[in-house]
Each structure stands twice: as C-alpha cells, then as structure tokens.
Design a protein around this ligand. Structure first.
Ligand SMILES: [Zn+2]
Length: 463
C-alpha cells in the first residue's frame, strides 16, 4: 500500500512542497485523537500508571500489524518500544517520548487538566506540551510510515517510556535490560523544536544537544550543645553560615562549550542589536571571553546560567530549641554543572572554598550525566536540511538546557540525542509545561505531523 500522502511527500522533497491537505488533515485528526486518549488516562507521576498509556499504544500498534515490546519497571509502570525494519548499514533512528506527566493538583486550572479542551485556537490539558503531544505525533508518523509501504534504509524505532518526571526510571530500565531496543545513531526527544513568534509564524528552530548535570550536596556542621546562656566558640549555625557565605560570594568561571558557542552565534539572528552584538562577540572570541560582551550577557540570569556551573543554597535547618545551643546545622545546595565537569570537580571546588574540614560536604543521590551530542554530523545535518525546507531562512539554534531530560541516558549509551519536539509553540506556551493551563496551538499537531514525516523520510526512507 502506498498512500497519497507519502507519494506527494516523495515528489515534494526535491522541489516545492504542496501540502496534500486532506491527508494531512486526516493525520492531524488522528494525532489529536491519540493525544486526547493519552491526556484522559491521567498518568500523573507519582504514581505514574504508565501501563495504561502503554496498553493504549499497544492496541494502535497491533491494529497496524506492528510488533512491539513491553517492559515493566515497577508495578503498573511500563515502557513500550516498536520497530519498523529497514535494510542498510545505518544504525536506527529513534523517536522517543515519555508517558508520565507532572501533577496538576493544587493548581488553579481554568479547565479540567485531564480532559482536552479547545479554546481560542489552543488545546488545553496536562501533558499536551510535555510530552504527550510529541508522543501522539510520533505514533501517528510511525503508523503512517508503516502504512506507506515505503522501503526503509534503516530501522525506525518508536519508544514511549515512563517516569521521566521523577528521574527516568523507565528509560533506564530499558537501557539496562534491553539496550538493543533503543540502540540508535540518532534520537529525537522532548524540548526544543520550532518556536512561534507573536505573529504565529515559526521564528526559530531550537535543537537541544546538551544539558547541564543536576547534582545536590548537603552541608552539615556540628557543635557542642548546652544552655544558650553560655555561648561557646564552636557553634554549628555560625560555622555553616560562614561556609554558605563563602559559597554565595563565589562564581564558577564563565566558559563557552562548543554548544553554547554555536548557540550564541545562531541566536544573535533573532535578538535586538546590542544583545546580538554581544552574542556574536562571545561566539567569535578566542582565549579570554571579551569583558564588555560578557557583562551584557551576564545581565540576563538565564543566559548567565548557560556560561557557568552554578550552586545555590535551597534548604536550611539547624538547632532544636530557642534556648539551647545547636548540635547540628544543615543546608542543601543544588548544583547545575556544565556537562564537561564532574560532580567530583565541583565538590573539590566547594571544599576549597569553604576551607574548613569541620564542614561536611556530602554528595546526595546519583542523577546521571552525559557528554553533549555533536551539533553537526551526517544525520543532524540532514535534519537541518529538512528544517530549512520546511521553514526557509529560519535560524536553527543548538542549545544546552539548564534542566535535565532522559536524553542524558541515551547519550550515555552512545546515541546522539536531540531535543526537538516537532510541535510549534510560542515561548510562553513552552513555559506553561508543569504549570497552570498547559496548552499547544491546535494547528501545531498538523504542522508537527508534516514536519516529522519529512524528517523521517529524509533520514530513513530509501531513495
Ligand atoms: Zn517532559
């Protein structure tokens, strides 16, 4: 079977693309139905309950005669992977999204978060932007690739995994127990993608190719306890306060990584003149970063955070009674580490800064880290060509996210992974993820399906 959509797509790639309206509309409607089904399952994590989303996807794959594999990482919590076989030497392409969503309890939504509501050209619902919209579009494109009957030159893998919002237990389970199910040359995951301007047109396409490493530390001090009427020199709270003061006054050095250099070079195209000039100066710098440009960039907290490892005190406790000397004081320090540094590097810096061996500095938990994926290469360059055909003249901006995604585990496993959600959204829409009235433009499903089809055609179909 060779559907007209794929036929038109095939002929379109060489020249101008005339959208086959009816097929695209059908596909967008199908993606919307998947999205509605997924949102209504309410896979709030905790507890997750991703098994229900997995069962739903399994049913659609079965109807399309596609084999799948389900893995369980906790009771009621599952992942699903499926594969369209291709013939050729290239390693697979992976489309991955997560099935769990963050809770909406206690948030004052204007609609029921676990239903899809359409209003003013938007679809509202928990998970539409993060990450069920992408899951729905991935599924629709995967099914259409199968229906098209086109020969593939490499495997295309579909994956829906659980627990992304609480540490990535789902994807880690697959990588540990069935690593071949996710082994790919390139993966597309959440974050990034086409960003809409106020005029409703795509103004840039961002490509998450790296992320900072999340790391918590706990600082603990001890002191002699006793009656507060007899203060002693050795006070746990003062000792901790001195340590925190030294850390608070310290700034990790500003450094450019290949990804942040590429980010500033590309981002300058859409920024006002003063900021654009500073970004270009940083991107072009050799050796020490130019101070005037650095000053302008550092004035923006988000841009500044992309230049430095950061550590900030977030929780503080100490003492037990107002009239007793404290036996212990504790502070939590949340660090976001540039991906070429390690947690041990940061701990050494903190130890040196504090300069007091009576302050314990303990690393807490293991969150996982990864090297950045390259911003150029055969596959990602091909993706750039598709983006340029879809949105001519629009800048493509690689970036390092300040927060973490499951891509860190895929990168660790050797897959070049890129955050590129195919659904166009405004920056404001993106910020609503995890918040109140999460939404996507209704039209984004249709554009998302079209874009992902073209991308998969370029990366995996034989020509
Ligand atoms: Zn997410």
């Amino acid at each position: 079977m060779f559907n007209t959509f794929m036929l038109l797509l095939t002929t379109a790639l060489g020249g101008t693309f005339a959208a086959p309206t009816s097929d695209l509309d059908t596909s967008a409607a199908s993606a919307r139905k998947f999205l509605q089904e997924l949102v209504e399952l309410n896979t709030t994590n905790p507890p997750g309950g991703e098994q229900r989303a997995v069962e739903l996807v399994a049913k659609h794959l079965k109807d399309a005669d596609i084999e799948y594999e389900i893995t369980e990482f906790a009771p009621g919590r599952q992942n699903i992977t499926a594969r369209l076989k291709g013939q050729g030497p290239e390693k697979p392409v992976l489309l991955i999204a997560h099935a769990d969503v963050v809770g909406a309890d206690g948030q004052s939504w204007s609609v029921d978060p676990h239903k899809i509501s359409q209003r003013d050209g938007y679809l509202y619902g928990r998970g539409v932007a993060d990450d069920l919209g992408m899951a729905a579009v991935n599924l629709e494109v995967f099914l259409q690739l199968k229906h098209s009957g086109l020969s593939l030159r490499r495997d295309v893998i579909f994956a829906l995994t659980g627990d992304e919002e609480s540490g990535g237990g789902g994807v880690q389970h697959v990588l540990r127990n069935k690593p071949e199910s996710l082994a790919a040359a390139i993966a597309f995951n959440e974050l990034g993608g086409p960003m809409l301007g106020d005029d409703g047109n795509v103004r840039l396409v961002s490509l998450q190719s790296a992320e900072k490493t999340y790391k918590d530390f706990e600082l603990v001090t001890h002191g002699k306890t006793g009656h507060a009427s007899v203060p002693l020199a050795d006070n746990a709270i003062y000792r901790l306060a001195r340590a925190l003061d030294r850390i608070g006054k310290f700034k990790f050095p500003a450094r450019l990584l290949p990804v942040t250099r590429a980010y500033f070079a590309a981002r300058a195209a859409v920024e006002p003149p003063v900021l654009a000039k500073a970004m270009r100066a940083l991107a072009a710098s050799k050796g020490a970063l130019p101070a005037p440009a650095l000053k302008i960039i550092e004035a923006d907290p988000i841009l500044s955070a992309s230049l430095h490892t950061t550590c900030v005190a977030t929780v503080l406790s100490g003492g037990t009674r107002v009239n007793a000397l404290p036996a212990e004081a504790k502070a939590s320090l949340n660090c976001r580490i540039l991906p070429d540094e390690s947690g041990e590097d940061v701990q050494r810096t903190l130890t040196r800064l504090v300069g007091d061996s009576d302050v314990e500095i303990q690393p807490i938990g293991v969150f996982g880290k990864s090297e950045p994926s390259p911003v150029t290469g055969v596959d990602i360059d091909q993706a750039r060509v598709v983006i340029a055909q879809m949105w001519p003249g629009v800048p493509i901006i690689p970036f390092m996210s300040l927060g973490a995604t499951d891509s860190r585990y895929l990168r660790q496993a050797g897959t070049a992974s890129y955050g590129m959600n195919p659904l166009p959204m405004t920056e404001g829409d993106m910020r609503r993820a995890h918040g109140v009235d999460e939404r996507i433009p209704v039209a984004s499903l249709r554009t998302g399906v079209e874009f992902l089809y073209k991308l998969m055609y370029a990366l995996a179909v034989k020509n």
